[in-house]
Design a protein around this ligand. Structure first.
Ligand SMILES: *[C@@H]1O[C@H](CO)[C@@H](O)[C@H](O)[C@H]1NC(C)=O
Ligand SMILES: *[C@@H]1O[C@H](CO)[C@@H](O)[C@H](O)[C@H]1NC(C)=O
Ligand SMILES: *[C@@H]1O[C@H](CO)[C@@H](O)[C@H](O)[C@H]1NC(C)=O
Ligand SMILES: *[C@@H]1O[C@H](CO)[C@@H](O)[C@H](O)[C@H]1NC(C)=O
Ligand SMILES: *[C@@H]1O[C@H](CO)[C@@H](O)[C@H](O)[C@H]1NC(C)=O
Ligand SMILES: *[C@@H]1O[C@H](CO)[C@@H](O)[C@H](O)[C@H]1NC(C)=O
Ligand SMILES: *[C@@H]1O[C@H](CO)[C@@H](O)[C@H](O)[C@H]1NC(C)=O
Ligand SMILES: *[C@@H]1O[C@H](CO)[C@@H](O)[C@H](O)[C@H]1NC(C)=O
Ligand SMILES: *[C@@H]1O[C@H](CO)[C@@H](O)[C@H](O)[C@H]1NC(C)=O
Length: 344
């Protein structure tokens, strides 16, 4: 129990607070994840669908569910030199059988990579497994592949409903890159002009998810990217630029988009997990949390370097993901993550 709990401020915004009943046994939870290299686990559109025996579909968990760390195939698919937060939530901090559809793709930004995940991977294959429990049959109209849903459901084994699913999104990290002075091709366009169209596209995609039956949304904000080696090694001007972009996203834009989204989508609930605060807590006291310092990094695929917070110059190691994912559970509960049943 020592030092493991990070305090992260998160806010719940929702149109209707839902009072949960304690069910006798927890149903299967369907966990849909969209994002970039911080979240990608190697799953793709050709991977086997998640199942009870292999809840990630791909990569396989290994000889036992808690074999996440010893499974080299898992470590080779992530940016963390080990499991990532998605995998830890699925098999270590899960409170019920959790089937995880991790659509995240390395390098994804909005709209491109992100749109691809939602429209070309999630929608054709997995949205059609919606079994509809919100009585909103009209919401199924846009699923153009309805006719194949029966056979698809049988083939893929599992259907999901609005209240047995959570839709998680962690994206924007690469959008800050593309809008930053470090990578932009249009240096005269400030974050305040570069980011809003991307957020518009982001929330248009959330609207698509809603239409397919999504009601529980778990959003993650941006870490302090200015503290990543890739950024701070470039000097104060770039550090300040990243800090400005991250602050604009986290403090002004993102909360407003989430608030508006839930206000405009009846029956939806959303939580914003504060990754910025969670990262900062560790980076401010790295030794307290078991890291050598806040600045060193190894490289992706280098298993011989220990004690660094960063796996490479822009990604955290699996130990950070583990702490984050454990910390997230309290906040996920607000959007339907099952409460652990007491052993009787
Ligand atoms: C998709 O995932 C499978 C494993 O499920 C892997 O064998 C294949 O190489 C991946 N395809 C691409 C394009 O990454
Ligand atoms: C994982 O990557 C390491 C380093 O690149 C390689 O030596 C190893 O064979 C890979 N393992 C698997 C299971 O792909
Ligand atoms: C968590 O997931 C693993 C892998 O699917 C499963 O074996 C385990 O029973 C789950 N834990 C709980 C509390 O349901
Ligand atoms: C779903 O429908 C779209 C548009 O009709 C089509 O392009 C796509 O191939 C279909 N996907 C599947 C999995 O049937
Ligand atoms: C899920 O929704 C269905 C239909 O609205 C409802 O009957 C059921 O009680 C809900 N389950 C939970 C766990 O909220
Ligand atoms: C039902 O779906 C329609 C079409 O997507 C949407 O406009 C409406 O808000 C939904 N209603 C509820 C209660 O979810
Ligand atoms: C949120 O909604 C308000 C009121 O409709 C609007 O003025 C504002 O521009 C919206 N903000 C965003 C970020 O969509
Ligand atoms: C780790 O491995 C890399 C390449 O595999 C090597 O260059 C580096 O010196 C090693 N670091 C340590 C601390 O052993
Ligand atoms: C998120 O988790 C933190 C830490 O457990 C807690 O202080 C906070 O109230 C939670 N927020 C929500 C919305 O659940």
């Amino acid at each position: 129990m020592r030092f493991l709990v990070l305090v992260a401020a998160a806010t719940v915004v929702g149109a209707t607070p839902v009072k949960r009943q304690q069910p006798q046994s927890n149903p299967i939870l369907h966990f849909f994840v969209f994002g970039d290299s911080y979240s990608s686990s190697g799953f793709n559109e050709t991977s086997p669908a998640p199942s009870i025996s292999q809840p990630l579909g791909f990569p396989p968990l290994g000889t036992s569910p808690d074999d996440l760390l010893g499974n080299p195939l898992i470590a080779n698919q992530t940016s963390s030199n080990g499991p990532n937060w998605v995998e830890f939530l699925t098999a270590r901090w899960n409170t019920t059988t959790t089937l995880t559809y991790d659509f995240a793709i390395s390098g994804a930004s909005i709209p491109d990579g992100y749109t691809d995940q939602a429209l070309n991977i999630y929608e054709p294959k997995y949205s059609s497994l919606y079994a509809g429990d919100y009585g909103n049959t009209s919401s199924q109209i846009p699923i153009s592949n309805q006719s194949s849903s029966g056979s698809g459901g049988e083939t893929l084994g599992m259907t999901w409903t609005s209240n047995t699913s959570i839709f998680a999104s962690w994206v924007g990290i690469n959008d800050i890159n593309w809008c930053s002075l470090l990578f932009t091709t249009t240096p005269d366009v400030p974050f305040s002009e570069c980011l809003p169209p991307r957020l518009d596209a982001y929330f248009n995609l959330m609207d698509n998810l809603y239409i397919t039956g999504a009601r529980n949304f778990f959003f993650i904000n941006l870490p302090p990217l200015q503290r990543a080696p890739m950024v701070f090694e470039k000097g104060q001007k770039i550090i300040d630029n990243y800090a400005q972009g991250v602050a604009l996203w986290n403090q002004n834009l993102f909360p407003a988009y989430v608030r508006n989204f839930t206000a405009q989508h009846p029956g939806s609930r959303a939580v914003v997990y504060d990754a910025h605060s969670a990262f900062s807590t560790i980076l401010d006291h790295p030794r307290y949390y078991g890291f050598r310092d806040s600045t060193c990094y190894s490289c992706i695929g280098c298993r011989n370097v220990t004690g660094c917070f960063w796996s490479n110059n822009y990604h955290p190691v699996w130990q950070v993901h583990d702490r984050l994912s454990r910390d997230m559970v309290a906040n996920l509960t607000a959007v339907g993550w099952p409460v652990q049943q007491p052993v009787s």
